[in-house]
Design a protein. Structure first.
Length: 207
């Protein structure tokens, strides 16, 4: 069945790069909401140097699971611990996950981590426990500048759908054909492609 023929919400996120100040409030809120352990992150803001002296500067790129419509991580999970809900959110069943890290290796966006104590994979799931209570994800609720917009992509009257309709949006790594449901407004192509810093485990996410 085509997505346009389905009923119910299809959740997505917009990051307005014009409004992000790199304050990391989204990352802090995520850690507090979900008790994310030290050294790993479900949400974080990459800091990317751009330009050259004397016109050098820093760009900020909020990063989290892209909730892909065609998730490679799901395809590579040997125990089917990773699966996709009808609303588009990609989730991990902690009872099925064996910590093999195949999904971590296959994710093009490096947004998964192995819990250091539980030895299971975790990632952003759009705070689905909050959605069930009619609340927005913690990061969206906390962002002081309104840089994060969350909503139902299937509802043409939703704010997220209206913003996408009137703005040019981009996704990360479109060449991977994962069809992310996280969109960026006013993004610099060089910034989108850069690795950046600001997440301690980026260099050892596969260890």
């Amino acid at each position: 069945m085509k997505d346009s023929q389905r009923s119910g919400p299809r959740y997505g996120m917009i990051v307005d790069m014009r409004l992000c100040t790199g304050c990391q409030a989204c990352s802090v809120a995520c850690k507090a909401e979900l008790e994310v352990p030290l050294g790993v992150f479900r949400t974080w803001v990459k800091q990317i140097e751009k330009g050259t002296y004397p016109y050098a500067g820093v760009a900020f790129l909020p990063s989290f699971c892209n909730q892909c419509a065609n998730p490679i991580c799901l395809q590579n999970c040997p125990t089917r611990a990773t699966y996709q809900l009808e609303n588009g959110i990609v989730v991990v069943d902690p009872h099925r996950c064996i910590g093999c890290k195949y999904c971590i290796a296959s994710c093009p966006y490096n947004v998964r981590y192995l819990h250091p104590l539980k030895k299971i994979v975790q990632k952003c799931e759009f705070c689905r426990h909050r959605l069930e209570q009619g609340l927005e994800p913690a990061c969206v609720n906390t962002c002081p500048t309104g840089a994060l917009i969350f909503g139902d992509l299937r509802d043409p009257n939703s704010r997220i759908a209206r913003v996408i309709a009137r703005n040019g949006v981009q996704v990360l790594k479109p060449d991977r054909a994962t069809f992310p449901q996280v969109y960026y407004v006013a993004a610099d192509l060089d910034v989108m492609a850069a690795r950046g810093t600001g997440r301690e485990e980026e260099s050892n996410a596969h260890s």
